[in-house]
Design a protein around this ligand. Structure first.
Ligand SMILES: [Zn+2]
Length: 150
């Protein structure tokens, strides 16, 4: 835990912002990124960048990311859900999972999605989606692992 680290600071986030937390990973709505349909999946210890993850964290990251993406896609109905990891401003490993709805114009899609931080922040609306996403995540995360190649 680093006191000036934003992802570490999310350990004390309000319950209303939490999609899930387990031993290794957490997913929350983060201030400054609280666009409705945006969530941050973060490793719970202060591990720097992808290369700083343990074998167990690496092995579980894909499953957690998939389950959050599926839950967000299901609840928002978004035709695309992005995963973005920069590892620069806040190198504590985390991934922004961002629903891209039909209402997002073409010039705001793909890499330009981050521009929504300037005019789409709405913490109340973002938090209002959390219970449904959390419920969907819990159900989807309980799916049995698919056999290889299925
Ligand atoms: Zn940290």
């Amino acid at each position: 835990m680093s006191t000036d680290c934003v992802p570490c600071g999310m350990e004390s986030a309000e319950d209303a912002a939490v999609v899930f937390r387990d031993d290794l990973w957490a997913c929350e709505v983060i201030p400054g990124f609280d666009v409705p349909g945006w969530y941050v999946l973060r490793v719970r210890r202060h591990a720097l960048r992808l290369g700083g993850l343990s074998e167990q964290e690496l092995a579980t990251y894909g499953r957690r990311a998939r389950d959050v993406v599926d839950a967000v896609s299901e609840v928002t109905g978004a035709p695309a859900t992005y995963l973005l990891t920069f590892g620069e401003a806040n190198p504590h490993f985390h991934t922004l999972i961002a629903a891209r709805g039909d209402d997002v114009p073409p010039e705001r899609r793909l890499g330009a999605i981050m521009q929504q931080r300037t005019d789409r922040l709405d913490r109340t609306a973002a938090l209002a989606l959390v219970p449904a996403v959390a419920q969907a995540y819990t159900r989807l995360a309980a799916r049995p692992a698919a056999p290889v190649g299925a």
